[in-house]
Write a protein that binds this ligand. Structure first.
Ligand SMILES: *[C@@H]1O[C@H](CO)[C@@H](O)[C@H](O)[C@H]1NC(C)=O
Ligand SMILES: *[C@@H]1O[C@H](CO)[C@@H](O)[C@H](O)[C@H]1NC(C)=O
Length: 269
């Protein structure tokens, strides 16, 4: 009952800006049924309210979770599939390119000017409509070479924003990956909090942390979340976050049948 009241209160509070809650999931359909079965294990866990899968469609995401479509990179077709996904009933937020600032195989790796051009074609037309638009998902604590240039992610973002003339963003989207424990033995959440705060100060937009993970064993990751999640919940400018990731040996157990201890912690902290 208390949980139910909590969910209703959260819904009423969030109604003003179209957000249902902060905690979400990044999931994939890499399972025998090729669907959202991993994410759907969170059904009924009131603190988890939204999910995305680095693309569209949602592969049967439970309707109790808000699906947020993402345009991962420049579309290989004419963009009609993306347009339909972004305008689908129930869609109120959309995410843009995934790690265009990076050059490894799972990143979209797009130089800033090219990314801006694609943005103007495929995402900016949604501005002024019924969906809120997230800026490109970039690895904020990256200080090495970035897509198409020898500069860091903050610079990639600066060049992208300068080239994206008239583009409208409702929120920024960042990623963060680092050790759970700093070399001097502190909880790595101290670095994480520093990076999230810095992104907000530099970009001056509400923040979604669309991927974050600390490297360490399960107990260390839980200790990190125990410090990071209450802090994220307290910051007004942090609208949403999703810990990496909703698949086996991360938030889901090895067999893919239930939440792992880490996944339970993510649902309940
Ligand atoms: C885009 O491609 C789809 C599927 O190939 C096609 O049905 C549609 O007519 C195309 N739209 C435009 C505007 O070219
Ligand atoms: C961001 O995280 C890195 C670790 O990847 C850390 O060295 C740096 O101090 C953090 N930045 C801030 C502003 O806290």
């Amino acid at each position: 009952m208390i949980q139910k009241l909590g969910a209703v209160a959260a819904l009423m509070l969030s109604g003003a800006h179209g957000l249902t809650g902060k905690r979400g999931l990044c999931y994939n359909n890499d399972n025998p049924s090729k669907d959202a079965v991993f994410a759907n294990l969170y059904k009924g866990m009131d603190k988890v309210t939204w999910a995305y899968d680095w693309g569209y469609p949602s592969w049967g995401l439970d309707s109790s979770l808000e699906f947020v479509p993402m345009l991962w990179g420049l579309p290989s077709d004419n963009g009609s599939g993306w347009k339909a996904a972004a305008n689908a009933p129930g869609v109120v937020n959309v995410l843009g390119f995934n790690e265009p600032d990076l050059t490894y195989s799972a990143s979209s790796n797009i130089p800033p000017e090219k990314a801006a051009k694609g943005w103007l074609n495929y995402i900016q037309p949604l501005a002024g409509g019924s969906v809120r638009i997230g800026a490109p998902n970039v690895l904020w604590n990256n200080v090495d070479s970035s897509s198409g240039g020898d500069y860091d992610t903050a610079q990639w973002t600066e060049y992208f924003l300068a080239a994206c003339t008239g583009c409208h963003f409702d929120f920024a989207a960042i990623h963060y990956y680092q050790d759970c424990v700093t070399p001097d033995g502190q909880n790595g959440a101290v670095w994480f909090k520093g990076n999230v705060t810095d992104a907000h100060e530099v970009l001056d937009l509400p923040i979604w942390v669309t991927e974050f993970e600390c490297y360490g064993d399960e107990a260390q990751q839980i200790a990190f979340l125990e410090e990071a999640l209450p802090w994220l919940d307290e910051q007004d400018y942090v609208e949403r976050y999703a810990y990496f990731g909703t698949f086996p040996e991360y938030l889901i157990n090895k067999d893919g049948t239930a939440l792992s201890a880490l996944g339970q912690a993510y649902a309940t902290i």
